[in-house]
Ligand binder design. Structure first.
Ligand code: FES
Ligand code: FES
Length: 508
């Protein structure tokens, strides 16, 4: 049953494996088999057709599923709701789930629309976007924003996005990292994990310390950040036949560049050749934390004229990325003991430079008033976003408004979905997200709940405006510009505090 996803088992924290047991939502990965003896277990495939179709239609109409890895579990939980659930009830249900792509608001809107008995199930609510009509445009826009080819539509919502762990041939051997730089191979995932004898970590809530010192100097503005776990929901997986090409771990997107250097394809190919059999190499949640690429930490000081020094964990390509947005910054790459980093992670390096320069612009007329701020960022590759963020005295965002200059929209639903997701990720980056790393450079936050990803309930409304494009204007990606603009506006609204995350430990 491949619609039931393994995002974090056996941590029970992501909700991707949610099924209904006698009609009640249960997280399958922490439900012992003996507890379901004699009871009925329903996956998204077995939901009553009317209920399932209403949910699927609403999710498509609202752009509430991008990679689709989290979605079948969410559908199961929502299907168990009484009709007429309001925003508060839907948000409460989503506490048991995580979604990295969508920024939650579209999911909440879709859930409320699908559970509203007064509406035609497929109809979006007042002011909601029209259902996706042109799949080609939708997929073009999704690929542009997500950076990889992506399917859009009902199949994605139902969890059929082509994930490697689902598409591996029956009978493939399974390989898992053994913790010593090699892989343990067995006939099943359970057997492979048993060989390694690993108990997944459950620590969380450690303090996050920016690991690099801000360079000495007379600075108008400084900023220090920590490692950030990209937090994608589908753990890396790839399968390969002997002598064949490994399947892509990018599947249906959702990793925002962070799987570009995944170890899974090379391992699957090497092990398939070694064993003369098809091998599925698959990481667990804890493996992803230890082995997956992180956003590199930085520590920077800038002068009022935009010159300064940005120190960053040594990472191939990061100096060029910083220079593309902050040509006045001297980049110093430093060796920091810690998890692997990558310049492929969403807007790494240039977003930090853009945020610093936006902070300087906001200071031109003296310290900006805290509470609400606007910032505009153009991505080096094109695409511009203007973001306005309002924060409360607790330091958390309460409203976000984004205007994007995306050229031809191609598909408004998909475009709004990606912009909302990028805004959500930016809010988390500034305020709550970070990865605690011990003195030996080993990540301490081994569970998916410990990275500070904002929950649906903590994510403010995100209003997305599409700037009118001249006729014939080409489509251009705007998610990364949105990410940087929302981060900058949030930082300015908070009063430009010198270290991120600014509110670790806030409700989540
Ligand atoms: S896989 Fe079961 S909750 Fe994440
Ligand atoms: S759509 Fe939710 S994690 Fe990708």
């Amino acid at each position: 049953m491949t619609s039931v996803k393994d995002g974090c088992s056996p941590q029970g924290q992501c909700g991707c494996c949610t099924v209904l047991v006698d009609g009640k939502p249960r997280v399958a990965c922490v439900t012992p088999l003996r507890r379901v003896a004699g009871r009925s277990v329903t996956t998204v495939d077995g939901l009553p057709a009317g209920r399932r179709d209403a949910l699927v239609d609403a999710f498509v109409a609202h752009g509430a599923s991008q990679c689709g890895f989290c979605t079948p579990g969410i559908l199961c939980r929502l299907a168990a709701h009484e009709d007429g659930a309001d925003v508060v009830a839907v948000e409460a249900s989503l506490l048991a789930h995580l979604c990295r792509c969508t920024g939650w608001r579209t999911v909440v809107d879709a859930g409320v629309a699908a559970l509203d008995p007064s509406r035609s199930p497929a109809a979006p609510g007042p002011g909601s976007p029209a259902p996706t009509a042109v799949v080609d445009g939708a997929e073009r826009r999704a690929a542009m924003e997500g950076g990889v080819a992506q399917q859009v539509g009902a199949d994605v919502v139902l969890g059929r996005g082509g994930f490697s762990a689902d598409t591996a041939p029956r009978g493939a051997l399974v390989a898992v990292p053994d913790g010593a730089g090699d892989w343990a191979v067995a006939a099943t995932l359970q057997a492979a994990r048993a060989l390694v004898g690993k108990v997944q970590g459950r620590r969380s809530g450690q303090r996050v310390h920016p690991p690099i010192e801000v360079p000495a100097g007379e600075w108008a503005l400084t900023l220090a950040t920590s490692w950030v776990e990209p937090g994608y929901l589908e753990p890396d997986a790839s399968w390969c036949e002997p002598g064949g090409e490994p399947s892509s771990p990018l599947a249906n997107g959702g990793a925002f560049g962070a799987k570009s250097d995944s170890p899974a394809p090379a391992a699957a190919r090497m092990l398939a050749d070694r064993h003369g059999a098809t091998v599925l190499a698959v990481l667990s949640r804890e493996d992803v934390v230890r082995l997956g690429a992180k956003r590199p930490p930085v520590a920077a000081g800038v002068r009022a004229d935009g010159t300064g020094v940005l120190r960053v964990a040594r990472t191939p390509g990061i100096a060029e990325a910083v220079a593309s947005a902050g040509p006045g910054l001297v980049v110093q790459e430093v060796d920091v003991i810690g998890p692997p980093t990558s310049a492929q992670v969403r807007a790494a390096g240039w977003a930090e430079a853009a945020v610093l320069l936006a902070g300087l612009r906001a200071m031109r007329d003296g310290p900006p008033p805290a509470g609400r701020a606007t910032a505009t960022v153009s991505a080096p590759a094109g695409g511009t976003a203007e973001a306005t963020v309002t924060v409360n005295p607790e330091g958390l965002a309460t409203a976000v408004e984004v205007t994007v200059f995306a050229g031809a929209a191609l598909d408004e639903v998909v475009l709004r979905s990606y912009v909302t997701g990028a805004a959500h990720m930016a809010l988390g980056w500034v305020t709550t997200e970070g990865l605690a790393v011990d003195d030996d450079g080993v990540p301490e936050d081994l569970t998916i709940r410990s990275w500070g990803i904002l929950r649906a309930r903590d994510t403010p409304p995100v209003a997305v405006h599409l700037a009118q494009a001249p006729a014939g204007a080409p489509a251009v990606a705007v998610s990364d510009a949105t990410f940087a603009a929302v981060a900058a506006a949030t930082w300015i609204a908070l009063g430009l505090p010198p270290a991120w995350p600014t509110s670790r430990g806030a409700p989540r």
